[in-house]
Design a binder for this molecule. Sequence first.
Ligand code: IPM
Ligand code: MN
Length: 352
Amino acid sequence: MHANIVVLPGDGIGPEIVSATLPVLEAVARRHGHSFAFQEHDIGGVAIDRHGVPLPESTLEAARGADAVLLGAVGGPKWSDPNAKVRPEQGLLAIRKALGLFANLRPVRPHPAALGASPIKAGLLEGVDIVIVRELTGGIYFGDRTRSETDASDVCRYTVEEIERVVRRAAALARSRRGHLTSVDKANVLETSRLWRDVASRIVREEFPDVTLEHQLVDSMAMHLLSKPRAYDVVVTENMFGDILTDEASMLAGSLGLLASASLGDGRTGIYEPIHGSAPDIAGKGIANPYATILSAAMLLRHSLGLEAEAASIEAAVSAALDAKVFTADLAATGRAVDTQQAAQAVIERLG
Ligand code: IPM
Ligand code: MN
């Protein structure tokens, strides 16, 4: 098949991890007889520098016309002045919203070879296989904001429809897996959470009677995620809770550098990006872990292009590289660490 992939390297380590990932996609294309055209565009801080805005119209137009979007990361100290009118992160939020990508899938599957890198006891991690479905285009991230000399506010608002569609997506995923869905909220305090809980209960009862639904309060979920991670299958939650819980969950996998994500809407076009940020402290050194981006590219093949076997071959190759202890610095602890390009090369060598 032929596919047009828009590539948004962004800031910090973004360009390094993306340029390590494209050869992996090219290698897969060669092996399976596909052709992928990559079209690079600006987003985030680099777009502010070149165009004055974090999401130029040309980037959005290209993304709308693409089969899929591969994104690195946005943000950095250069654009972090709290009084700045425009911020790199606004570009990321705007493109997610503009493309209607309301469901953000973040799989957490600790790899046996990386268990030593996790601060959690290995015995708790074996067999952990969770997908966190984070609502991505609503809630406090997109509510009205005010700011005066003496106060500030951020509105958290959810509509029934916004909750329904993401719960449906998560419940369908649970049905295709182990049939267990955990909905996370703060219904003992927040009105949006009480609505969330009502809607989640109704959708699962009416449309997914074969799926088991459990509700968890976000504070206790933060604890259970570390104390009994094997208890979870699919977890669905609102935007900010999902942001926080997925950084926490990355510690189960041993490194933030291992968690991929797919942001999906009703259409086929999605944005695929690692869950980590631009890591300005290590940017430009060529030592960032590219596995999360490579695994995001696998999700791109699966969800936007329908290339399941190709996606699985990338995942197997990353797994084989980890088995062979091809570790970047974030995973290596005391042993020898490879650089970004070497890690990507190790994946290419192991593609089936
Ligand atoms: C993420 C990031 C973004 C978010 C930031 C960069 C706006 O933390 O994708 O998890 O909060 O959604
Ligand atoms: Mn985040």
